[in-house]
Design a protein around this ligand. Structure first.
Ligand code: ZN
Length: 72
């Protein structure tokens, strides 16, 4: 879970690009993500995708409905 700065050994939070203690670039350090966390991440991305799709779809339906009724 935690990664440590190779320069000063400070424990760093995930997704930090730079060490907050010494400024060392830690972007390309391996971050240990468990299989469980990776699955949760994929699942949330999936639902965000579904949400975007439904949003776009309903917008299209509203626009088509609006055009349909305004041309009558
Ligand atoms: Zn450091």
């Amino acid at each position: 879970m935690m990664k440590t700065c190779p320069s000063c050994g400070t424990e760093l939070r995930q997704r930090y690009r730079f060490c907050h203690e010494c400024g060392e670039n830690v972007e390309d350090l391996d971050v240990d993500i468990t299989e469980e966390e990776a699955r949760e991440l994929r699942k949330s991305e999936f639902w965000i995708g579904i949400g975007c799709f439904i949003f776009v779809l309903s917008a299209v339906i509203i626009i088509i409905g609006f055009l349909f009724f305004s041309y009558r």
